[in-house]
Design a protein around this ligand. Structure first.
Ligand code: NAI
Ligand code: MG
Length: 503
């Protein structure tokens, strides 16, 4: 994962994107927007142009939804489950064969250090496909005995929900696109997928691999475009049956609003303000790096980032010093450098947002233990870099404590022996979010009691890690509706139909 990048591959990509706007995939064809409009995607490490990309409008969304509908009612409905498995496994192999190119694309477009693009984006996408491929032949209905007079045979069919709109954010474009596509395709649905305008390139390249794998035309359509135009048109389109969205809570509300017009089934994975707890009896050699990476990894642009740390006062000085030392020691820099740990934020807008939050924390009385500034100067020209930051002396009603910052900014708080598990859970639950939580303690009773009391969709005890395709992913409260991944994630792409036969 730490190998140097391949300069030949970089040159190949630069040449390719110099040839003209990247087209989008509708009905098996690579097309420009009907309007001819395009938008720019930038390299966040330098702020420079990477590529121009087709900007879908209403007419393109109409065509994409029509293509997905035609494929759903037509050829795709005749493809047997074992063939869907084969296609998904084929796509996984093609991603593996093109791993380095896809990792490089993610690094250039998102601003993710290359070692993490390889590990998270490429390996994560392959894992999603291989996990979900097996489900295609394991989706099953059931029979039921009903109580009506007479003799009946009743059964419940589990059918694909239909044409699915999938809207993906910019922080993990490829693995999230694949994480949405794989269960939908395994279940027999067809898809219109919109990547984020900041990061469309890996998803569009994925579209080529989808055609190469042999998926019939129209099964997967990839429409690049802006959220307020293409995204809004897709979410409110009368031709979709389901929408799966990952992104901000504000846009999540717009998706719910849009679903009032088309009754699309809505699945939302929104933001978080996730707590990490470190008790006095924790293994600090694990807990300290986990607390640091939980917020600094990917420059904090992670929905499940551990942005609030609750640490027992007996170990607080040692933990905070350890986290601050990691913040000072981690290499923040150019993403093609294999030793870089933290890259830039994705855009100037996000840099402004994150530094604005740090300033608001200062204004409201927080102190800065480490970091706190944007980074500029030699090696950082034009990029959107910010220092890993720890804030102390925050209060529950401050914006930095309540709102999702989506940057490498940790609020650290102490607790004492007087705080029992109910009080600690209450502090963890005090925001509107409920996506995830981490607990470090050697007391299993404390760990399990706290896990039950926390309103969060994912809880890790004494270990850190990312998304696993086998585990349901999603949130309580404002962190979203429904779950992705696991059996629940597959079933979310199905509709039930009860059939009763009087015998
Ligand atoms: P966003 O939620 O607006 O963007 C996510 C996706 O939604 C993009 O593909 C965008 O084009 C699309 N979109 C935007 N407006 C839409 C609309 N009206 N209808 C349909 N689709 C629409 O997020 P944004 O503005 O890029 O980031 C703002 C904040 O959102 C971040 O600072 C962070 O707090 C949060 N966020 C959370 C993510 C997560 O993983 N939970 C991912 C990205 C952002
Ligand atoms: Mg970009």
């Amino acid at each position: 994962m730490n190998a140097p990048y391949n300069p030949g591959l970089l040159e190949h990509l630069q040449l390719r994107y110099a040839q003209g706007p990247v087209k989008m995939l509708i009905g098996g064809d690579w097309v420009e927007a009907a309007s001819g409009e395009t938008f720019e995607t930038l390299n966040p490490s330098t702020g420079k142009l990477l590529a121009n990309v087709a900007a879908a409008g209403d007419a393109d969304i109409d065509r994409a939804v029509a293509a997905a509908r035609a494929a759903f009612e037509g050829p795709w409905s005749k493809v047997k489950p074992d063939e869907r498995t084969r296609l998904l496994l084929k796509l996984a192999d093609l991603i593996e064969a093109n791993a380095e190119e896809l990792a490089l694309l993610e690094t250039l477009d998102v601003g993710r250090p290359i070692q993490f693009s390889r590990m998270i984006d490429v390996q994560g996408a392959i894992g999603q496909l291989r996990y979900n491929a097996g489900w295609a032949s394991k989706i099953a209905g059931e029979t039921a005995e009903i109580s009506a007079p007479g003799e009946w045979f009743s059964y419940v069919l589990r059918e694909p929900v239909g044409v699915c709109a999938q809207i993906v954010p910019w922080n993990f474009p490829m693995v999230m696109a694949v994480g949405k596509l794989a269960p939908a395709l395994a279940a027999g649905c067809t898809v219109v997928l919109k990547p984020a305008e900041q990061t469309p390139l890996s998803t569009l390249r994925l579209g080529e691999l989808i055609l190469e794998a042999g998926f019939p035309a129209g099964v997967v359509n990839i429409v690049s475009g802006l959220g307020r135009t293409a995204g809004a048109a897709l979410a409110s389109h009368p031709g979709i049956n389901k929408i799966s969205f990952t992104g901000s809570t504000v846009t999540g509300k717009a998706i719910i609003e849009a679903s009032k017009s088309n009754f699309a089934r809505v699945q939302l994975e929104l933001g978080g303000k996730s707590p990490t707890y470190i008790f006095a009896d924790a293994d600090l050699s694990k807990a300290i790096p986990a607390a640091a990476m939980g917020i600094f990894f990917n420059a904090g642009q992670v929905c499940a980032a551990g942005s609030r740390l609750f640490v027992h006062e007996k170990v607080a000085d040692q933990v905070l010093e350890g986290v601050a030392n990691m913040a000072r020691g981690m290499k923040v820099g150019q993403t093609l450098d294999a030793s870089t740990m933290i890259g830039p934020l994705v855009s100037a807008t996000q840099l402004e947002r994150v530094t604005g939050y740090i300033q608001s924390g200062r204004d409201e009385g927080a102190s800065v233990l480490v970091g706190g500034e944007a980074i500029s100067g030699e090696g950082y020209e034009g990029g959107y870099f910010v220092q890993p930051t720890v804030l102390l002396e925050t209060k529950p009603d401050m914006r930095v404590r309540k709102e999702e910052i989506f940057g490498p900014v940790l609020c650290a708080m102490r607790f004492g022996d007087d705080d029992d598990v109910d009080a600690l859970a209450g502090r963890g639950n005090e925001t509107e979010f409920g996506l995830s939580a981490s607990i470090y303690t050697s007391n299993i009773t404390t760990a399990h009691k706290l896990a039950r009391r926390l309103k969060a969709g994912t809880i890790r005890i004494n270990g850190s890690g990312g998304v696993d395709p086998a585990l349901p992913l999603g949130g309580f409260k404002a962190s979203g509706w429904g779950r992705e991944n696991g059996k629940a994630g597959i079933e979310a792409y199905t509709e039930l139909k009860a059939v009763s036969v009087a015998l």
